[in-house]
Design a protein around this ligand. Structure first.
Ligand code: RAM
Length: 346
């Protein structure tokens, strides 16, 4: 498991460079409005990746995994997306991709319902819809590729903060955008886990950095000012945890206020090495994008419809089965710390 994860991490890093070059070459920018096709592939199956927002290394890596898969099966890969992770910022990109006749959309939703009508119109026009990373309400998509169970993702973060603060004291959550389906599901389960198993930890606040670096940085500063006794911060977003770590690393709170959550090893490495952070978690975003692309192809080819029990081949990852509510599970979250972070490159 460890070896496998490590190897995929390196592959993902190589692919991430490829997608960046492809985006620059095609002039696919972060501008709002209509969508533009990204990298090139060939073939009749066009798979359009639509992240929450552009400029987030997590999505650069997941989209690179998607591109790798699309190139393997001879389709055409595209990536479009908004600059801001707001509830309706993805709507125009969905509409444009559908008008251009994309075979499938692979989307991480900023809101469970705000993009529902646009997705339904796209489906009526013949586009298959795969959500990955952050779901919509199930009625608006064919399949959701879930990175790990929401319970597992919640528990690993609570376990980490409990360990880091001696299982007692005040903690706060620095989340992504307020409507994000994935973060909100994890926060609810973290609250339940804290209440059930950590009576001496008090969750004092949940704040939102909107998956924007500066906003997340400012929210961190405000939390530390508002709660002078704060023992720890959980940030279940790669953008949030990196911004919070940057703030803490040059502040008087470094090493005093614990920080954990979900981060990419490349963004967190310097903060683990300088002692700001001891451990955090994530899955392999490249595998997530890769699996989502293969699921999209299986839908487009009519091999599956998204019914529970449907199975499909996902290249190097092997066979996957669709579970209840059209959900496909990638695997388990993975913990990164000073002992292993040097082995990863994404
Ligand atoms: C951010 C995004 C994404 C989430 C990761 C952990 O990059 O909010 O949706 O899955 O963090």
């Amino acid at each position: 498991m460890f070896q496998q994860f490590q190897r995929r991490g390196r592959l993902a890093a190589i692919a991430a460079v490829t997608v960046t070059v492809a985006l620059a070459a095609t002039g696919c920018s972060s501008a709002g409005g209509g969508g533009e096709g990204g990298g090139e592939g060939g073939g009749d199956t066009t798979i359009t990746f639509l992240p929450k927002n552009l400029g987030n290394p997590y999505f650069d890596t997941s989209n690179a995994g998607g591109q790798e898969a699309v190139e393997e099966f001879g389709g055409t890969f595209a990536e479009v997306g908004p600059t801001e992770a707001t509830p309706t910022s993805q709507v125009s990109f969905i509409q444009t991709a559908a008008q251009q006749g994309t075979s499938a959309l692979v989307i991480s939703a900023n809101d469970p319902t705000a993009i529902g009508d646009a997705l339904q119109e796209a489906r009526d026009a013949g586009t298959k819809v795969v959500t990955f990373d952050s779901d919509t309400d199930p009625e608006f998509r064919d399949i959701f590729i879930n990175q790990a169970s929401a319970e597992g993702i919640a528990k690993v973060q609570v376990d980490l903060i409990a360990e880091q603060i001696g299982d007692q004291g005040q903690v706060a959550i620095l989340s992504a955008s307020a409507n994000a389906t994935n973060q909100n599901a994890w926060i609810e389960l973290m609250q339940e886990e804290l209440e059930a198993n950590h009576p001496n930890i008090e969750l004092v606040d949940v704040v939102y950095g909107d998956d924007d670096d500066q906003t997340s940085f400012d929210r961190t500063a405000a939390l530390l000012q508002t709660y002078p006794d704060l023992a720890g911060i959980i940030s279940p977003t790669t953008v949030g945890i990196a911004a919070a770590a940057r703030y803490l690393s040059t502040s008087e709170f470094k090493g005093q206020v614990a920080l954990t959550g979900l981060g990419t090893p490349n963004q967190m490495r310097e903060y683990v090495e300088d002692g700001t952070v001891t451990a955090f978690a994530l899955w392999n975003p490249a595998d997530l994008g890769y699996l989502a692309a293969y699921a999209a192809k299986a839908l487009v080819d009519g091999d599956i419809t998204g019914e529970e029990g449907d199975t499909f081949e996902a290249g190097k990852l092997g066979e996957y089965e669709v579970g209840a509510d059209g959900v496909v599970l990638l695997g388990d979250p993975f913990e990164f710390n000073a002992d292993n972070i040097g082995d990863f490159d994404f």
